[in-house]
Design a protein around this ligand. Structure first.
Ligand SMILES: [Zn+2]
Length: 322
């Protein structure tokens, strides 16, 4: 092949790669997983949690599925997922497991981790039924369980040997993921009591470069003490714009604003799906949308001139909360 046709071929391939990496139906750019790198996507599933982890070896792990009706299956397909090595259901609230049945039906899942906290809801029993019907290996790992997936390791930090109370949130599977020198902390909806137990068990384990704020940025999932223990340089918050619970709580946003020189904040309600790509030494962040109005409190919110995040919503959330 002469130089000219080689150049032409390279140009054609570049156009094809660019076309494949963008979503033609929605016009949004999709960052494809990169070989040899860990790609974590905090999926924009509205009010709920779902994190897709694409491992350096091309395999996939899914933590939570978002609520019933969330576009999770479509997003997994868009990001090129074929099979899932491990699905983690942090706890049995519908905003975390609502789409699990469809995920199990659409993708081959090798193993499933559940918190072991029994819930009587239809969503939860349907999920268990689907796991059983498909012969998926079901486990309820406790604190201290570790697993490796190629170069990536997972360690369970919560729950401990026994549940600390009757709150599904505090039973959340909290998972520390390590790749090279970087650590990522996935927290479900763990509330302050679960955090204090994790600090007592081994505060050093909580240290992470990227923290998914617990419980959608609720004030019962984040505190100055937690940030001091984790010392993240990146915090992500997963919630829907204008959600009924008024997440994230202004107190949490203020706390992160005060530390904005040390912590970069990302929010799915403002920025859509958030992507972290890690080569083992650095983490590169990107998001679907620009945060035109900023990520922190507006002047009116800071002055308390708009309805506060929801004291009402949070009281409700601490009981039957999601
Ligand atoms: Zn939740």
């Amino acid at each position: 092949m002469n130089k000219k046709s080689r150049g032409f071929l390279i140009a054609v391939l570049a156009v094809i790669v660019l076309a494949l990496s963008s979503c033609s139906s929605c016009g949004r750019r999709v960052t494809p997983p990169q070989a040899g790198k860990l790609t974590i996507r905090f999926l924009d599933v509205g009010q709920g949690d779902s994190e897709l982890i694409q491992l350096p070896n091309g395999h996939a792990i899914l933590i939570d599925s978002g609520d019933r009706g969330a576009p999770t299956v479509g997003l997994l397909r868009r990001y090129g997922v074929g099979a899932v090595d491990l699905v983690v259901a942090t706890h049995p609230h519908s905003d975390h497991i609502g789409e699990m049945r469809d995920v199990l039906r659409e993708f081959r899942v090798a193993e499933f981790w559940d918190s072991g906290f029994v819930n009587s809801t239809r969503t939860y029993t349907d999920m268990l039924q689907e796991i059983k019907a498909r012969g998926v290996l079901l486990q309820s790992p406790k604190r201290g369980v570790t697993r490796t997936f190629g170069d990536v390791s997972l360690e369970v930090l919560n729950p401990g040997p026994a549940f600390i109370d009757d709150s599904p949130n505090n039973a959340s599977l909290v998972v520390l993921m390590t790749y090279g020198a970087k650590r990522f902390l996935f927290t479900g909806d763990a509330e302050l009591d679960a955090w204090s137990e994790m600090v007592t068990a081994d505060a050093g384990k909580l240290r992470a470069d990227l923290l998914k704020a617990a419980h959608h940025g609720s004030s019962n999932g984040s505190s100055a003490d937690i940030l001091d223990a984790v010392r993240p340089s990146i915090v992500t918050i997963s919630c829907a714009a204008g959600n009924d619970y008024h997440y994230p709580h202004p107190r949490v946003v203020r706390l992160l604003d005060q530390r904005r020189n040390a912590i970069a904040l990302y929010r799915t309600d403002i920025e859509g799906t958030i992507t972290a790509v890690c080569d083992g030494n650095t983490i590169e962040m990107s998001s679907e949308k620009q945060a035109a109005g900023g990520l922190y409190l507006t002047g009116d919110q800071a002055a308390g001139n708009v309805p506060d995040a929801g004291r009402k919503g949070e009281r409700r959330s601490s009981r039957r909360s999601r």
